[in-house]
Design a protein around this ligand. Structure first.
Ligand code: GLC
Length: 747
């Protein structure tokens, strides 16, 4: 007994003194920052505000800079992006240590969904609704990247997006602000860990600030125009959630917002981020977006671009050279006070101190740790687990799935069956001298899963793109020999991602014609759809026997797909972005306003807010996803029907697994504010729980409704909850509402 008490005491004390940036440390770091700042020349200060690309590869248009090394030796560079590995980062740091003040370099990279181990693209992961697992995925990415000398990842991308034509939907967490905020928080925590400067963590970067996902027409880099209320209500909250998770940096954006480019947007960066939200980290531009303001037509030249950006609160200039070439002159001309430069430098130096780089500039570049971190089998296991949990079961006619492992003959057909790197999706990382491109292909996953007694046949059938149908005959012949056909089709991985917007989001080429030819054999067909966005695939949706949306699942793609196909994992994912029926239906999202003429149903489309020639419903709604089992929702109870602002309502509901497979269910809680000072959506996700139930098992789960969940930004941009009636909906998706009730918020 005594020992336990002592242990408990030790735990309590250690938690209390857990090395966080306590206020005492904060002061000492501020003191250290100022002591360095006071030694710096103006040129050295300006140097800290620049980030250049390494020479390995580029994620934007490169500015050739022959004297990069000389600049670093003069202490005139703050950070390098896209440098990798302990050897290379050590090399750059060695040069920085030759400078007068030996201010260490920061190394940043887009470690978006994995470093050596590639995880599912973030949009796929978001469909798992598994916050712990998404945090763990980011944790592993950070562990591997930091072991490779990286201090800072340009992730998570937290842009809310409602237009699947936009290629970068693959990088985010879908259309919903509440879910996107929860995921943003989890990912920042995963990347940064609990202890700033820990060598298994990296600084995170909330991007792209702000509203980049609302580009007109889903065309990347395009203009964004919206009310401030919409900005605060739907697009800023995930950034605020990242800030609440103590995110170290923000990245601004390429788009203009209401006529002002985000990079030069003082309202966004100074008034809101550094003012209202009191952000203490630093803001980096997007690739050359400082100079990009000339192209926008916002400034005339680089001199004005540098002035606009530094004045607006953009602390670091990625790659444009506008700061390097103009800030000294701007100071000399009295246009930029040194205080503004000092503020930006302080923010950057503070992070370098917090990371411990002044004590040991090489602390992250450790080859032993790199070897160990990059060869940890646990990482692949986690990748396989989250990949399987990201696969969405869209259709399962006659319960064709899961397939039996005892099937005699399976035909595995399609242009993506034996693809390898395609499974990495966009924003993958190639780590030199490692097998970061080792991916379990879909073919490999099935061959590893199936015993000798299953004959697995293969045919490519066709390419992803193009009109060549010459492979159809072989594919049909292979299909005829099989008990079941698995067809793996979709878009290519570089048809989504940055600068990958598509005007037509159908499954490209003749892939659906291939499906049609195979279906003519009368065999049951499971279709795997590989994509970085919601696609449109009406023929497949109507005619395939079963459909799994497999996104781009990363290193363990083949194993995860095999786990789900053969029932070792019961799919539980639910889509976090609406799938439209047609491009004409875009934008379509679940949390829309009711309007004054809402259609009641698909037969009520005239003189309604509806198309006369198309269903009012999307193909698949936000929150939709099937399971191999079934769930019953019952016994919805509210602790009371009236609540005051300072009170809360306990909501309980019982979920029962009524099928024969153990499975996970994502129970969604939606609210509707029936009447308010601004119109409110027909429903909004305000909570969710993912629970595992054995066949026949029931669990009663609880939610808490408090004022926060009832609040919104009113016309004065105040965050308020207004008295009145609320509908409460418990759903298996935003459309499949199982139980309803209502309550009232009273004064
Ligand atoms: C790119 C992207 C941004 C990325 C940066 C550095 O243009 O917009 O998300 O972090 O440049 O690669």
């Amino acid at each position: 007994m005594k020992r336990t008490a002592i242990n408990l005491l030790i735990i309590i004390i250690s938690i209390a003194i857990l090395p966080r940036i306590s206020s005492a440390q904060n002061n000492s770091i501020s003191h250290k920052v100022d002591s360095v700042l006071n030694l710096m020349t103006l040129q050295e200060k300006i140097g800290q505000l620049n980030q250049y690309n390494d020479d390995l590869y580029a994620t934007g248009p490169v500015t050739v800079d022959a004297n990069k090394i000389a600049q670093i030796k003069r202490g005139e560079l703050g950070s390098i992006l896209n440098s990798q590995g302990t050897t290379r980062t050590t090399g750059w740091q060695n040069i920085a240590m030759q400078s007068r003040l030996k201010i260490p370099l920061l190394f940043g990279q887009d470690v978006v969904h994995g470093y050596k181990t590639t995880f599912p693209i973030p949009l796929a992961e978001s469909c798992s609704w598994d916050l712990d697992l998404m945090e763990k995925s980011a944790r592993i990415a950070a562990t591997e990247a930091s072991a490779g000398g990286i201090h800072w990842t340009f992730a998570p991308m937290v842009d809310i997006a409602r237009d699947p034509r936009w290629g970068r939907v693959m990088e985010g967490a879908g259309e919903d602000t509440y879910l996107g905020s929860r995921i943003a928080y989890a990912r920042v925590k995963g990347f940064q860990g609990e202890i700033p400067g820990a060598t298994n963590s990296v600084m995170a970067c909330a991007k792209h600030y702000a509203a980049y996902g609302a580009a007109v027409g889903g065309r990347d880099y395009n203009s964004v125009d919206m009310s401030e209320r919409q900005l605060f209500e739907y697009y800023l909250p995930p950034f605020k959630a990242a800030l609440d998770a103590n995110v170290s940096t923000f990245m601004n954006a390429f788009n203009d917002l209401n006529g002002v480019p985000a990079t030069g947007n003082k309202y966004l960066q100074r008034d809101i981020l550094k003012g209202l939200w009191n952000f203490q980290g630093f803001v980096v531009s997007d690739w050359a977006s400082v100079g990009g303001m000339i192209t926008h037509g916002y400034v005339k030249n680089e001199y004005e671009a540098a002035l606009a950006a530094i004045t607006a609160g953009c602390d670091m200039d990625m790659e444009s050279r506008c700061y390097k070439n103009n800030l000294a002159q701007l100071v000399q001309d009295g246009k930029v006070p040194v205080a503004l430069i000092d503020d930006a430098v302080r923010r950057i130096l503070r992070k370098k101190f917090e990371l411990g780089l002044f004590d040991d500039p090489y602390k992250f570049s450790n080859s032993e740790r790199e070897t160990e971190a990059l060869n940890n089998p646990e990482h692949a296991k986690t990748a396989r687990e989250i990949a399987a949990k990201s696969i969405v079961l869209l259709k399962n006619e006659n319960n064709l799935l899961p397939l039996s492992k005892k099937l005699k003959t399976i035909a595995f057909i399609g242009p993506l069956v034996k693809a390898v790197k395609q499974n990495k999706g966009f924003w993958d990382v190639e780590v030199p001298d490692t097998d970061s491109n080792f991916i379990v292909s879909q073919w490999e996953g099935l061959t590893d899963k199936l015993g000798k007694n299953t004959n697995l046949l293969y045919a490519e059938g066709c390419k992803v793109q193009g009109e060549d149908r010459s492979g159809f005959e072989e594919a049909v012949n292979v299909a005829k020999q099989a008990d079941v056909v698995i067809l793996s089709i979709g878009e290519l991985r570089d048809m989504s991602g940055e600068a990958r917007s598509r005007s037509n989001i159908n499954i490209p080429g003749v892939q659906e014609e291939l499906l049609k030819a195979i279906l003519a054999t009368g065999k049951p067909v499971v279709v795997l759809i590989n994509a970085g966005r919601p696609l449109i695939f009406d023929y497949t949706a109507e005619n395939a026997t079963a459909i799994l949306y497999t996104w781009w699942l990363g290193s363990e793609a083949g194993n995860a797909i095999a786990d789900v196909l053969f029932g070792d994992v019961n799919p539980s994912a639910k889509i976090t972005m609406t799938f439209p029926r047609s491009v004409g239906q875009i934008p379509i999202y679940y949390n829309h306003f009711n309007t004054g003429n809402p259609p009641k149903d698909d037969n009520d489309r005239f003189y309604r807010s509806a198309y006369i020639d198309l269903s009012i419903y999307p193909k698949y709604e936000f929150g939709y996803g099937l399971s191999y089992t079934s769930f019953k929702y019952s016994n919805l109870q509210l602790s009371k029907k009236k609540m005051k602002a300072g009170e809360s309502i306990q909501v309980s509901v019982t979920i029962t697994n009524t099928g024969k497979y153990e499975g996970e269910e994502i129970v969604q809680l939606y609210l509707r504010d029936k009447a308010a000072s601004v119109v409110r959506p027909v429903k909004e996700l305000r909570d969710f729980k993912k629970l595992n139930l054995k066949a026949g098992e029931s669990k009663t789960i609880q939610f808490i409704i408090d004022k926060e969940k009832l609040s919104f930004f009113n016309q004065q941009l105040q965050w308020v909850a207004e008295p009145g009636e609320f509908d409460l909906m418990i759903g298996a998706s935003s459309r499949d509402i199982k139980l309803n009730d209502s309550f009232e918020l009273i004064d």
